[in-house]
Ligand binder design. Structure first.
Ligand code: MEV
Length: 317
């Protein structure tokens, strides 16, 4: 809807939005220059900035976070990103009250850190009339992502900024091709219940790649082939083929050792209950699974819930 695209809605005129995302195919390989296909979640993180009397504070009531900027920032935390943002935007001397309302769960591999960064940057831009364009918002959010996960590809902050399904490839400049989905893409998102360890998983893949570059380059190439076939399948709205490619991609992600027992259980449940394909999405090590369910979405979601997981039925496009 309108609100999901960052337009004001009743009662939230001053709230700026950053979009969550799912990666359909290509996570991890995208860090090494291969393609990824990502789509924005209809869930966003919203932020609002007001002037304060003394000092800058960050308030995320739904996540139980209330922090003052003077507190020493944990490395990799959003407070550390915020300090960098305020510096870059020339706002270090201002006293600001930053309020954040997330519509999505935290640390579930759904792009929450990038969505948070984009929402806060846009809210600062609005409140302080900085005149930032999308490219600057995206670039600043990328700096925050570097703090959050070390060597990000840039796909999360790109989708968080543009709120549009896209094919992404990193580079100078990055390739960003918007995708017009012919028909909506019905997915069930299963939440493993354990935090997605994106930073740790990205670091572990890097370690393995440094030790055996040729071996891992081959896996990334294989994922890239799947991603490019998935693009054709999406364009033809061939969901059977897309599901098959997702299943094979899960095998490759497993080869990268970024899966987990909960992810494997969710994937199996989804396939057994009629999903055309299922795989982890995002960094892995926990986090979320996506299942392609044109017919059996409710059944797949119920099976996940019966097994003790949370599940969301979401239509993309
Ligand atoms: C995280 O959503 C996707 C990864 O490929 C990391 C990245 O692209 O920065 C795992």
């Amino acid at each position: 809807g309108q609100a999901a695209h960052g337009h004001p809605r009743a009662g939230t005129q001053e709230w700026a939005a950053g979009h969550g995302k799912v990666i359909l195919l290509g996570e991890h390989a995208v860090v090494y220059g291969r393609h990824a296909i990502a789509a924005p979640l209809p869930l966003a993180i919203r932020a609002r900035v007001e002037d304060a009397r003394d000092g800058t504070t960050l308030l995320i009531p739904r996540w139980g976070i209330e922090q003052r900027l003077q507190q020493p920032a944990r490395p990799g935390s959003f407070l550390q990103s915020l300090t960098l943002l305020l510096e870059r935007l020339g706002l270090s001397q201002r006293a600001l009250h930053i309020q954040v309302a997330p519509e999505m769960p935290r640390a579930m591999g759904l792009g929450g850190s990038a969505a948070l960064a984009v929402a806060v940057i846009r809210a600062l831009d609005r409140h302080c009339a900085l005149g930032l364009d999308d490219a600057s918002v995206c670039a600043l959010a990328f700096e925050c992502e570097k703090i959050a996960h070390g060597t990000p590809s840039g796909v999360d902050n790109t989708v968080a900024t543009h709120g549009q399904a896209l094919l992404y490839r990193r580079g100078e400049p990055a390739t960003i091709r918007p995708l017009a989905l012919k028909q909506p893409l019905p997915l069930v998102i299963g939440l493993s219940g354990s935090e997605s360890l994106t930073a740790r998983m990205v670091a572990r893949v890097r370690q393995a790649w440094l030790q055996h570059p040729a071996r891992y380059e081959r896996i990334f190439d294989e994922i890239d082939v799947l991603t490019r076939h998935a693009l054709d399948a999406l364009e033809a709205h061939d969901l059977g083929e897309l599901g098959e490619l997702m299943n094979i991609c899960q095998g490759q992600l497993n080869a990268l050792q970024v899966s987990s027992p909960e992810i494997e259980e969710l994937v199996q449940l989804a396939r057994e209950h009629g999903a055309l394909g299922a795989k982890l999405t995002g960094g892995g090590g926990g986090g979320a699974v996506i299942a392609l369910c044109p017919d059996n979405g409710a059944r797949v979601a119920r099976a996940m819930r019966d097994a003790g997981y949370q599940a969301l039925e979401v239509c993309f496009g």
